[in-house]
Design a protein around this ligand. Structure first.
Ligand code: NAD
Length: 441
């Protein structure tokens, strides 16, 4: 099948590459000429494990190409996916649909023959109908149907998530569109991956409800973690004991510095606004957003305590600034709250991140970038683990402790333990929701 993918970001590029690997002919479009130039030269402009190799294989097979010319890609396509960004609209917390609607207009002008226009971007309920109206208004002769196909991939594991999804959600209004969607996902369908075919509104809602639920689960355990610290319980043990209950499940019960990233913050915000607009306030989601902001503030206070009450004049080494490991994505990362608080408080901040520098340099002014955690820790007063990259999971703790001016650690991902830290020569160790070291510092 001939497919056009509009937008080659984290979702569009992975989806385009994977669909070409299914055997479809895919043309990926982006309005950013630098991205397209890089892609045409075989370079992936984002960090996503395995993507460059998969892309090369499909380009070589002649199934995958890249262009800035939307009309070229759309004219011959049987399905056009819209996978552009839907960031939070400045000022009111709604999803900004301007990119989706602009893409819909451009697509409308180029449609040629029966086409299914599929919205893959995360969009509020009712958007697919608006896309349909926009296309019909822009090109009254167009022969088309719309479909909603929200994406659930996780950055860092995106290819596996696309190729082996827990489910594919498809919202349609007609059998004709359902059949095209079934053809697109036939390789998954044949391997018994569940395909949920439903109406447009339910498909749109599933995506927001799923993300809000996951954000709630994380925030729940983060709040329990704060209580664990106060009462002397260990949140890792609590999460394990809870998660073994099949009704709860063990995923997304890792206490940490608060959720961030390209989806949860903006999707919870959009869902809260959708609820307000329909006079059905989403109280749980609104509370989750507020509590999550508080978690980040609580982390800053934890670090301040470890610096004897002030960041001023302290040297702090921060390991990891991307919102999670295996991505270069910095959108709404907890580091964007925590690091500026350190810099603003007068600390000298050294940052190490395997992929974060390209994006992070502009977002985290006033820090020094290092490649090596041990050098970054040299004569430092505090070591902070903020993102659990594999590189930071097996650090030589005695070597680190020896280099530091005051060997103190804030392990905000609960990778190590107070026992490990004490044995290695740290004088203070704080994590999230677990006992700190008994020693005073
Ligand atoms: P992104 O910002 O990485 O990429 C969007 C791309 O679209 C950019 O390259 C931009 O240049 C391009 N673009 C914008 N308007 C265009 C137009 N008119 N024509 C051509 N290209 C255009 O965004 P993303 O992270 O890939 O997210 C895309 C959508 O997928 C969002 O709605 C997001 O909520 C959703 N989503 C994201 C993830 C994730 O992990 N990033 C997961 C699931 C769903």
């Amino acid at each position: 099948m001939q497919i056009a993918m509009i937008g080659t970001g984290y979702v569009g590029l992975v989806s385009g590459v994977c669909l070409s690997d299914f055997g479809h002919d895919v043309i990926c479009v982006d309005r950013d000429p630098r991205k397209i130039e890089a892609l045409q030269a075989g370079k992936v402009p984002i960090y996503e494990p395995g993507l460059e190799q998969l892309m090369a294989r499909n380009v070589e097979a002649g199934r995958l190409s890249f262009t800035t010319e939307l009309s070229e890609a759309v004219a011959g396509a049987e399905a056009v996916f819209i996978a552009v960004g839907t960031p939070t609209r400045r000022g009111d917390g709604h999803a900004d649909l301007s990119y989706v609607m602009a893409a819909a207009e451009d697509v409308a002008k180029a449609l040629n023959g029966f086409t299914v226009v599929v919205t893959k971007s995360t969009v509020p309920v009712g958007t697919n109908r608006k896309v349909k109206q926009t296309i019909a208004k822009t090109n009254p002769d167009a022969d088309f149907e719309v479909a909603s196909n929200p994406e659930f991939l996780r950055e860092g594991a995106a290819i596996d998530d696309f190729m082996k999804p827990d489910r594919v959600v498809v919202g349609v209004q007609s059998q004709r569109a359902a059949e095209v969607m079934q053809d697109i996902y036939r390789p998954l369908y044949l391997r018994d991956f569940p395909i949920v075919t439903t109406d447009l509104e339910s498909a749109e809602m599933i995506k927001y409800a799923a993300n809000a639920f996951l954000a709630t689960k994380i925030t729940f355990i983060n709040e329990i973690a704060a209580l664990c610290e106060r009462v002397g319980a260990d949140v890792k043990e609590v999460a394990k004991g809870m998660g073994l209950d099949g009704r709860i499940g063990k995923l997304f019960l890792h206490a940490g510095p608060g959720y961030g990233g390209s989806c949860f913050p903006k999707d919870t915000s959009a869902l809260a606004r959708i609820g307000q607009d329909h006079a059905v306030p989403q109280n749980i989601v609104e509370t989750v957003m507020r509590v999550n902001d508080g978690v980040k503030t609580r982390m800053v206070e934890k670090l301040r305590d470890l610096c004897d009450g002030t960041f001023n004049g302290k040297t702090v080494a921060v390991l990891g600034v991307t919102f999670k490991p295996n991505t270069d994505d910095m959108r709404d990362a907890p580091s964007l709250t925590i690091v500026p608080a350190l810099v603003g408080g007068g600390a000298k901040v050294r940052v190490v991140d395997p992929q974060g520098k390209r994006e992070g340099e502009a977002l985290l002014p006033g820090v020094n970038w290092h490649d090596d955690p041990y050098k970054a820790a040299n004569k430092a007063d505090l070591l902070v683990i903020l993102t659990e990259w594999n590189e930071f999971r097996a650090l030589d703790l005695p070597k680190l402790a020896k280099r530091m001016a005051t060997p103190r650690m804030a392990d905000l991902r609960n990778i190590y333990s107070a026992r490990d830290a004490r044995k290695a020569g740290f004088e203070a160790y704080e994590s999230v929701g677990r006992k700190s070291m008994d020693n005073n510092h």
